[in-house]
Design a protein. Sequence first.
Length: 149
Amino acid sequence: MPENTITAPLARMEPEDVADAFAYIRALQAGDIDTAGAVANDTGPELRRLLLDVAARIVIPITAVDDCDGEPCAHSFLAAALGRLLLEVLRHGDGACLAFPPGIAQTIVRFTENILTEEHGDVADVLRQLEAAGMKQAMEAHPAHRTTA
């Protein structure tokens, strides 16, 4: 079986990359265009790759279907929810091409809002939790970045 994004391990992210990506995502989610622009300028063309890495770390574990022995389970209905999300993203007329940082970040925000929060709860809080989990993974993968007390 050839490797794909589901079977291939994800490349490690540096802690600084996690912080930059989530700073951009949270700024756009909050409507803070000035901060999002500053992060984009500081990060440069790498921002797109960082956002795609974050998106993969969020979407792949959530959409992986467990073996349910042929019986309906929670994951059985995920495809329908993802389909609704895709339609919403395509209908959203914000003018941001999905292949560029604003579109990728907005897709992460919408995925978080529609899939990872209940009743469209506190998206900012869930994004902070995702950032903390990503930072923990990055620190474990890059022990040289650990600080001493």
